[in-house]
Ligand binder design. Sequence first.
Ligand SMILES: Cc1ncc(COP(=O)(O)O)c(C=O)c1O
Length: 333
Amino acid sequence: MYDDILLKIGKTPLVKLSRVFKEYDFDLYAKLEGFNPGGSIKDRAALSIIRNALKTGEIGPGTTVIESSSGNMGIGLAQVCSFYGMNFICVIDPKTTTSNIEILRAYGAEVDYVAEPDPETGEYLPARINRVRELLQTIPNSYWPDQYSNHYNYKAHYETMGEIVTQLGEAPDYLFCAASTCGTVRGCGEFVSDNKLRTKIVAVDAVGSVIFGGSSAKRLIPGHGASIVPSLCRPKLVDKVVKVTDLDCVIGCRRLVQNEAILIGGSSGAVLMAVDRLKEEIEPGATCVVIFADRGERYLDTIYSDTWVSKHFQGMTHLWQKQPQQKEMMMAI
Ligand SMILES: Cc1ncc(COP(=O)(O)O)c(C=O)c1O
């Protein structure tokens, strides 16, 4: 029994994945962040940032919190602001899915829509941030959590890594996690570094994201990747970066639900495919942990829609069709 819903943020389950790489001699566990009450890992960052700002007196009842987010951080903030009785304006763009907009509104958030990308870069993120700055100037008693540079974002994930070590009973050899603001990768990386753990951190980024270098390009799947280098980013804490395509995300998500019956979001499919990319170099007997940032329900009209997938990746469905031996295994069970 819990006194309030925010106490359910964190302490998410760690579940063994014994089927998806069964022919490889490493153990794989998934930290299922979709079990947070707002549905994603961003509940942790939202709570950490808002709690700190309440503590310092920067915000209080009557404050209007304003943030740019096309998905999970917005929902995490909408949940926490609703709990503390604060207004929340989420600045979104055309990439935000209808279901995310509905969830934001259901929590009582106001949605502010940026229709045009930044004219210089062609990206929506700078346009959304400009809009946040405009709103901050016009709305009294307003506050910007600024997830891309707020240290209470990454500090929340010190605990995420601590939970993983406690749940496993030891430090994993590898941690795979998706990067966008770099809050997760930095917080987990700092925990590893401060405690001198053996864990190698693998950051999973999107092809077309610039976080760890490369040039910006169109990406279809939200969650991981960014068109800017976040000021929270500390490449020194990362042992390896794996860049994953949109198609890889679809393959990863579909493979996981077919093999392990776990419905995950796009960045989690990316993380699974990063393990696939490194599977030959992971030492036998190693323990690997993947962080799955959210659940699959927010991707029903994209990743899990055959119509959407065939529109964007024609002729690729054979890449995640069930293998006959998998079917036999399942029948035998
Ligand atoms: C689904 C999903 N995966 C991964 C991330 C990346 O997490 P972080 O911002 O901590 O780098 C996010 C961030 O919003 C996300 O929504």
